[in-house]
Design a protein around this ligand. Structure first.
Ligand code: TA6
Length: 307
């Protein structure tokens, strides 16, 4: 395992180490000085793991991943990047192609003032191939910075620039699979009274009632125009995931429940109990960029003890 940034005690800095997965694709392990870590793959720019300083995994990953994982499909779990669309429409695959592509290290990332000091970070870049342009004829530069802060917070910043000669529109989501004790022990706060589109009812619009969201069956919703802080409380594990977002007006909430799980080939039949997707997203209204314009979507995840 090669260390990209020195972690020698003397210089007392966070580290980024490079490894390869079983398909020989580079993965980057970010570590802070307290021992928290995050692993990012060049495949899809996907965060595959985010661990506490005690080595506890915070993101869900299907047990079937080793049996089924076959690029270009993404690993079931972690945080797949959904771009340039969320959902299945037209000729693009479900949730777009970004998560199925091989990204490269961004050798010359434009500075992100105030978002790098004291963090272990990696900058990745995705540009469309000729084949991509046939599918989605828009030139873009997608710069992704994944950082692990000194306090263990995981930060993802997506910068998507239109390098085209004409405007284009897209939708986006950080498709975040949280690891939970049991779906019956979890509630989501911060979505109360919001309108949502229900994917189980032909995207019909409903209004959420006035208290926290709990789960008794399959849920597949896009909550619209949410506030920028959402909490996922896991009563059993006495911890709460805090989701802070900027540039991401919507929140996707998905749990496949028992019946749907059985039809998802790379998800164990009982694994719906131990995962919940709560995605910072821009899905309700497409984002339109003029030539030269850039969009930025920032997600900051943290975990705090809670009763
Ligand atoms: O709303 C979330 C969703 O669109 C669900 O409908 C389900 O398809 C989920 O994403 C998983 O999508 P994936 O392509 O990752 O299997």
């Amino acid at each position: 395992m090669e260390t990209v940034h020195s972690s020698a005690e003397s210089d007392n800095r966070p580290t980024v180490e490079v490894t390869k997965d079983k398909n020989g694709i580079d993965q980057f392990v970010l570590r802070n000085l307290r021992g928290s870590s995050a692993t990012v793959s060049l495949h899809g720019g996907q965060v595959l793991s985010w661990k506490t300083e005690r080595g506890e995994e915070l993101l869900f990953s299907s047990s079937k991943v080793n049996a089924i994982f076959s690029p270009p499909k993404p690993v079931r779990g972690g945080i797949p990047i959904c771009f340039p669309q969320f959902g299945a429409r037209g000729s693009l695959e479900q949730h777009g192609f970004a998560r199925n592509k091989l990204w490269v290290i961004d050798q010359n990332p434009p500075p992100l003032p105030g978002d790098s000091n004291g963090k272990a970070c990696i900058d990745l870049l995705l540009k469309p191939s000729e084949d991509d342009m046939k599918l989605w004829p828009h030139s873009f530069e997608f710069r992704l910075r994944v950082s692990l802060a000194a306090d263990g917070h995981l930060i993802m910043i997506s910068r998507i620039r239109n390098v085209n000669s004409k405007p284009f529109s897209f939708s986006f989501a950080y498709h975040t699979y949280f690891s939970i004790s049991d779906i019956s022990e979890v509630r989501v706060e911060g979505l109360e009274t919001l309108d949502y589109l229900d994917n189980l009812c032909q995207k019909e619009r409903f209004t959420e009632q006035g208290d926290a969201l709990t789960f008794e069956s399959e849920v597949d919703r896009v909550y619209l125009d949410s506030c920028d802080v959402v909490a996922v409380l896991d009563h059993e594990r006495k911890r709460t995931f805090m989701i802070r977002k900027e540039g991401l007006p919507d929140v996707v909430v998905w749990n496949p429940w028992e019946k749907k799980s059985k039809s998802v080939v790379d998800l164990g039949d009982e694994e719906y109990k131990h995962m919940l997707c709560v995605d910072g997203a821009a899905v309700g209204k497409p984002i339109t960029l003029k030539p030269g314009e850039e969009w930025r979507g920032r997600l900051e995840l943290s975990v705090v003890p809670s009763t």
